[in-house]
Design a protein around this ligand. Structure first.
Ligand code: GLC
Length: 663
């Protein structure tokens, strides 16, 4: 639908103070993206309200463009010239809580050289806007989107940080919590005070009739500490929709005024220099009776509007969908059908994460090869966030259908994974914690740092105990287990760095940090063991990061190495898709990337034993003179015609002339 002339005129007059070139740049973007903006709004709110809302948003976009700093405007232009900047192999991510990583925002500036050592170019700081006092779900209950949490600094500090990061080629990623606000947010306060305008920002019901109807098909997100999806609020005299905690009030996206408010918040954050907005809990924004209220069509229409808005006002900014959903639903968030290329630019590859842990537990790649091999194709303009684990728990998103296709029971496989990663299963060294046990479904999600989940914590403890054992064999065996766990961790990280999206390391994992044993001691954290894998950066470990005789040193250097090699390989550009190669050995995952410059093959031995891959396959991919870019060595085909892979060894095979990264 073309943009009505009065909407364009409204923009023109808001831009009056600018010189003609600057004005034309905005108007050209409006011509290009305005129709999408309108399309989403009309889908959501009908023609008339859609057009009215478009006018508000376009005016706000023009106003914020007028205010936008020149260096950000320059960044906008350079990103338009190089729209696939986020797909470049030198994009390496790191995610952290500001206070746990650097103390405050200024402390984060001081940590930039540390991030540079790791090769980081994408920094996600967890929620840092003013939250509600007390428990705020790690900042995901925002009380004010316009100020920074007092103990972390000010908006000016945030601007300084983004400027400093930009100067070093790093982008700042921030959360945009848009499914809910804190009960203490001004909108919720005014709703409770009886202002109808603000009551309409939420979903508040006078009695249980409607909530009970919805509850019939709604799952529970935090059954342990926040059962149900509605909370009675005495002051509001109603049942408030609260998908997550009772203090997180879901906003009503069916109300266009809510969209205009969030549009404004986005434009404001963009002008502070934030480059990626993580759309928190995006799946939950559309509510429809008789459904699980996740991934409803409205979600994609809303994202289309927000996407068009940033393209018009501040195209340096991109959107990331936090949709931790079933594999078959994931792709919609990157755009399917009419929304292709029009919604989020990034999404979490939840399936890859789950499959990695599944492979490491079963030492078998067949389920993964099937599940990842049958995912639909993502739009070439989008990118995955690839991660071994994040600040949240791991839920076993393995579909019954995928499991059935390889002769497994989905239910029992999920039970096995929970047993394995909580250390219940015989022979498991994993030390995860059970999060939100649901006795009805037997669903058990898992918390834990990468090192604790892979078994490094248990192995390291044992090695300490066995250090002076009377039987030296015990000492040797215990040390070998540590080596093996470090190698397994390397294999996991090689998978996320070799997949082709943006790999993101969660703070502490770069040093092989274990679960925080003191996680429950902090006020408000007692019931939420996700804090076990959100440790403070361990300064002693930081000091050891280049000492290869230590765990922190070995893990840190291995990740820095992966980052360096990855950045040198054009084959890892994210618009090229990763395909799954034939399974010749059930212990070896094969990934294939057909890049115009040549094919890159990833081999990942997910077992603690020696495995092999048929040498004749090299010819199939034009890799006769292959080099393993990770070790820098030429690939040797043994006399039996196979390529040998040591326990947990990853290989990145590329054409001989491109390999040579020294270890
Ligand atoms: C997202 C966050 C999670 C939070 C939830 C509610 O899923 O990652 O930490 O609990 O949203 O805001």
């Amino acid at each position: 639908m073309p943009l009505p002339t009065d909407v364009r005129d409204a923009a023109r007059s808001a831009l009056e103070s600018l010189d003609p070139t600057a004005r034309e740049i905005f108007l050209a973007r409006l011509d290009e993206w305005g129709p999408d903006l309108l399309d989403g709004l009309v889908t959501l709110y009908g023609a008339q309200r859609g057009i009215d809302t478009a006018k508000h948003l376009v005016e706000a976009a023009a106003g914020s463009y007028v205010e936008r700093d020149d260096d950000l405007k320059r960044l906008d232009l350079s990103r338009m010239i190089h729209p696939n900047w986020i797909q470049s192999p030198d994009r390496i991510g790191y995610a952290a809580y500001t206070e746990r990583f650097g103390g405050d925002l200024r402390g984060v500036v001081r940590r930039i050289p540390y991030l540079q050592e790791l090769g980081v170019t994408y920094l996600h700081l967890m929620p840092l806007l003013t939250p509600r006092p007390g428990d705020s779900d790690g900042g995901y209950a925002v009380a004010d989107y316009r100020t920074v949490r007092e103990d972390l600094g000010t908006m000016e500090d945030l601007r300084v940080l983004t400027r400093e990061l930009r100067a070093k080629g790093m982008s700042l990623v921030m959360d945009l919590v848009l499914n809910h606000v804190a009960r203490e947010h001004e909108w919720a306060r005014r709703a409770r005070a009886g202002e109808q305008k603000y009551r309409d920002y939420f979903l508040i019901f006078p009695d249980r009739t409607e909530p009970d109807e919805y509850e019939k098909t709604l799952p529970e997100i935090f059954p342990d500490f926040a059962p149900g999806n509605f909370t009675w609020d005495e002051e509001a005299q109603g049942w408030v929709w609260t998908t997550f905690n009772s203090f997180q009030w879901d906003v009503n996206w069916a109300n266009p005024e809510v969209l205009v408010e969030y549009g404004d918040i986005i434009l404001n954050l963009a002008n502070q220099g934030v480059e990626v907005l993580r759309l928190d809990a995006i799946a939950f924004m559309g509510k429809r009776k008789g459904t699980d209220c996740q991934g409803q069509p409205e979600v994609h229409a809303i994202t289309e509007v927000l996407h068009a808005l940033v393209r018009i006002a501040c195209p340096a900014v991109i959107l990331k969908a936090e949709a931790i959903v079933a594999p078959e639903e994931l792709m919609q968030y990157l755009g399917r059908g009419r929304y292709t290329g029009k919604v989020s630019d990034l999404a979490y590859h939840n399936s890859l994460m789950v499959q990695i842990w599944s492979m490491m537990a079963t030492k078998d790649v067949r389920l993964t090869a099937h599940a990842l091999g049958s995912l639909p194709v993502a739009p070439a303009s989008s990118t995955w966030i690839c991660y071994a684990r994040c600040h949240d728990d791991i839920g076993w998103a393995i579909s019954d259908h995928d499991a059935g296709a390889v002769g497994l029971s989905g239910y029992w496989h999920r039970v096995f994974l929970s047993d394995w990663y909580s250390g219940l299963y015989e022979g498991s060294n994993a030390r995860g914690l059970v999060f939100q046990y649901n006795p009805v479904t037997n669903d058990r999600r898992i918390s834990g740092t990468a090192a604790s989940l892979i078994g490094l914590e248990v192995a390291a403890e044992r090695a300490k105990e066995m250090k002076d054992s009377v039987n030296p064999i015990d000492t040797v065996r215990a040390n070998q287990d540590v080596d093996l766990a470090i190698q397994a961790l390397f294999c996991v990280n090689a998978m996320i760095f070799g997949w082709g999206g943006v790999p993101v390391i969660w703070s502490g994992d770069e040093l092989g940090q274990f679960n925080d044993p003191h996680w429950a001691e902090e006020e408000g954290h007692e019931a939420d063991n996700r804090w076990a894998h959100r440790p403070r950066l361990d300064e002693d470990a930081v000091a050891l990061r280049h000492d290869r005789s230590t765990i922190p040193g070995r893990v840190f250097e291995s990740i820095a190495h992966l980052a360096k090699v990855r950045a040198s390989l054009p084959y890892l550009e994210a618009s090229t898709r990763t395909e799954i190669g034939a399974v010749d050995d059930p212990g070896v995952l094969v990934t294939v990337r057909h890049h115009p410059l040549g094919t890159m093959v990833g081999l990942y031995n997910v077992t603690p034993t020696h495995r092999s891959w048929p040498g004749w396959r090299l010819g199939q991919y034009g890799l006769e003179n292959a080099v393993d870019a990770l070790s820098g060595h030429s690939v040797r085909v043994d006399s039996d015609g196979t390529i040998a892979l040591a326990p947990y060894q990853p290989m990145w095979l590329v054409r001989g002339e491109d390999g040579g990264a020294e270890n």
